[in-house]
Unconditional design. Structure first.
Length: 255
């Protein structure tokens, strides 16, 4: 689960950061196509309104309104924002503010579907291309959600910081089962999926229920021993039997 969740957040960060640099030029000579019900250009400012579609490098951006000031290097996108990436990932937002000079992006009410199941929502996010991302009031779940029901499990974090190729910090983390909080960690710091392997706690990767131990959740700890060996301690915290211990040691050999 840790790998899935972290890679999911990494992909969201990457999409936003690349979109800041690629889709609107980032100070370089770039070309993109804008289609809308009405399109105006004056004083180095493009104003597109109504069923706006922006095409660039196999990215598709849809919105109700799009304003881009070439002199200031700033773009403002509002209303029913939909971003489709070349890999098929879908991102949604209420508003985007982009500065192509400083390579910064601010988004409000961000949600995403990456792959068939993974779902992500944040009230706001800030991105500094190419390395820094911050998400606020984040919900993440890989579980399918039926209408008028909560996902089987999800994680709620008040804030997530992501530094590309380094680490991720998650603050005030609550693990919820069918909408009910069952486990809380005030702080989690873990290596980013694109970073070199590091020792540390992993996010819970398995939730289950059995008559013998009740509800159980695994909170693993990964220990990097060397380039050819590592150890994963996987305690399962259960509602009836306490903690059940498990250890996995891996070592590469020459044979």
């Amino acid at each position: 689960m840790c790998s899935t969740a972290m890679n999911f957040i990494l992909r969201i960060s990457t999409v936003f950061l690349l979109h800041t640099s690629i889709a609107f030029g980032a100070g370089q000579k770039q070309s993109y196509v804008i289609d809308a019900d009405s399109l105006e250009y004056q004083n180095n400012t493009v104003v597109a309104k109504g069923h706006v579609e922006v095409f660039k490098d196999n990215y598709l951006l849809k919105a109700d309104k799009f304003i881009y000031n070439k002199t200031l290097g700033k773009a403002s996108v509002n209303g029913n924002i939909f971003l489709l990436t070349p890999t098929g990932d879908e991102l949604y937002a209420h508003s985007l503010e982009i500065n192509t000079n400083t390579k910064e992006l601010d988004a409000k009410i961000v949600s995403a579907h990456l792959g068939k199941e993974n779902k992500f929502i944040a009230t706001s996010s800030h991105h500094d291309y190419p390395d820094e991302s911050e998400f606020n009031s984040v919900y993440y779940s890989p579980c399918p959600v039926c209408k008028d029901s909560k996902p089987q499990w999800q994680i709620h974090s008040s804030k997530i910081y992501h530094t590309r190729k380094e680490d991720m910090s998650l603050w005030n983390n609550t693990f919820e089962l069918y909408g009910l909080p069952v486990f809380y960690l005030p702080y989690i710091r873990t290596a980013a999926p694109d970073a070199d392997p590091k020792s540390g706690f992993l996010l819970p990767r398995k939730y289950s229920y059995r008559d013998i131990y009740g509800y159980g959740i695994v909170v693993p700890y990964y220990l990097r021993i060397s380039d050819s060996a590592d150890l994963t301690y996987e305690p399962m915290i259960t509602s009836r039997r306490g903690i059940l211990h498990s250890i996995a040691l891996r070592k590469l050999s020459n044979h």
